[in-house]
Design a protein around this ligand. Structure first.
Ligand code: ADP
Ligand code: MG
Length: 300
């Protein structure tokens, strides 16, 4: 798999504040990456550094195979890190023609990209008549004019209504399906869960998770169990080879497995040891719960 970006120990300090702290990650071709974290966690600063608009305090990053300088490499990158800004009295098509001239790409790309973002039928409308969602989609079309290998978006659905959010997410998926690598920053868990294949979770500038979204969502789960004899249940679970730890709650015991174990196998093994089960449920943590427990562990 070819590498698009390699980031090593990237750090940014603003005075005494460390906005990004020794961050390392890499981006491979064809995946959709999310940088997830609450406001102020360093997402935009990270994007700013890799796009050469924020000077790193220390650390390095290298684009593609590292043979080109950053200026050259960034010609192969499409990015929207600010609010879309076009000439209000010009039409969408006129605005994009201007971008084509600046980026030195053929005007023939305009229709193709407007079609991709569902704006072809509105191409002759003035930018100032566009809704926020349409403006964002036009910005995406503009960033794609030079057929970049990676598209970078900072909070692409911020401020949009639910319909606008769904449209922008749909377009991001469409672009990814065509093979363009995507890196987007978002503070929204459900956005990352819906759109991304990989996620970098940031807390106060520090990486607390980097990997596949599915690895974060498909945890081992846990079991909620109660029995007529709670003490006996507790003793057996404590010694059970497949159970990592238990938590005693008022009306049930939570049992966390140390490997994948089916509800049938666990309940059967309890019954075989004389436990009369009165309640048994297998639960999974949502990405939100996982995210919260990740961030909670970090604070300890
Ligand atoms: P995010 O995009 O995750 O919301 P940012 O990268 O914008 O976070 O900010 C990370 C931290 O760095 C925040 O505490 C923010 O206030 C601070 N910060 C960002 N840019 C500057 C700047 N130009 N000067 C001083 N502090 C900044
Ligand atoms: Mg930001």
């Amino acid at each position: 798999m070819s590498t698009i970006l390699n980031v090593t120990d990237l750090t940014k300090k603003f005075g005494r504040l460390t906005a990004v702290n020794a961050l390392s990650f890499s981006i491979n071709k064809g995946n959709v990456y999310g940088i997830l974290g609450p406001n102020g966690s360093g997402k935009s600063t990270t994007l700013g550094m890799i796009l050469n608009v924020v000077n790193p305090t220390s650390g390095t990053f290298s684009w593609f195979d590292g043979t080109q300088n950053t200026h050259q490499a960034l010609k192969r990158v499409g990015a929207i890190i600010e609010r879309p800004n076009f000439y209000p009295y010009m039409t969408a098509a006129q605005n994009l023609r201007l971008v084509c001239r600046i980026k030195e790409v053929p005007q023939s790309k305009i229709e193709e990209k407007l079609e991709l973002v569902d704006l072809l039928d509105r191409k002759n409308d003035k930018f100032k008549t566009y809704s926020l969602g349409m403006k964002q989609r036009l910005a995406i079309a503009s960033a794609l004019l030079n057929d970049p290998e990676i598209l970078i978006l900072d909070e692409p659905t911020n401020g949009l209504d639910p319909q606008g959010i769904a449209q922008v997410r749909g377009i991001i998926k469409k672009i990814a399906a065509q093979g363009t690598t995507i890196l987007l920053a978002s503070h929204l868990l459900d956005e990352v869960e819906k759109v991304c294949s990989h996620v970098l979770v940031l807390q106060k500038g520090t990486r607390i998770y980097f990997g596949e979204v599915t690895a974060l969502t498909t945890d081992l789960g846990y079991f909620e169990i109660n029995a007529t004899d709670v003490t006996a249940l507790q003793n057996i679970l404590d010694k059970h080879k497949d159970i990592e730890k238990i938590e005693i709650h008022e009306s049930y015991i939570l049992a966390y497995p140390n490997k994948t174990i089916s509800a049938t196998d666990l309940s059967k093994s309890l019954s075989e040891q004389g436990i009369i089960i009165t309640h048994f449920a297998q639960k999974h943590k949502t990405l939100e719960e996982q995210f919260l427990s990740l961030t909670k562990n970090q604070q300890l």
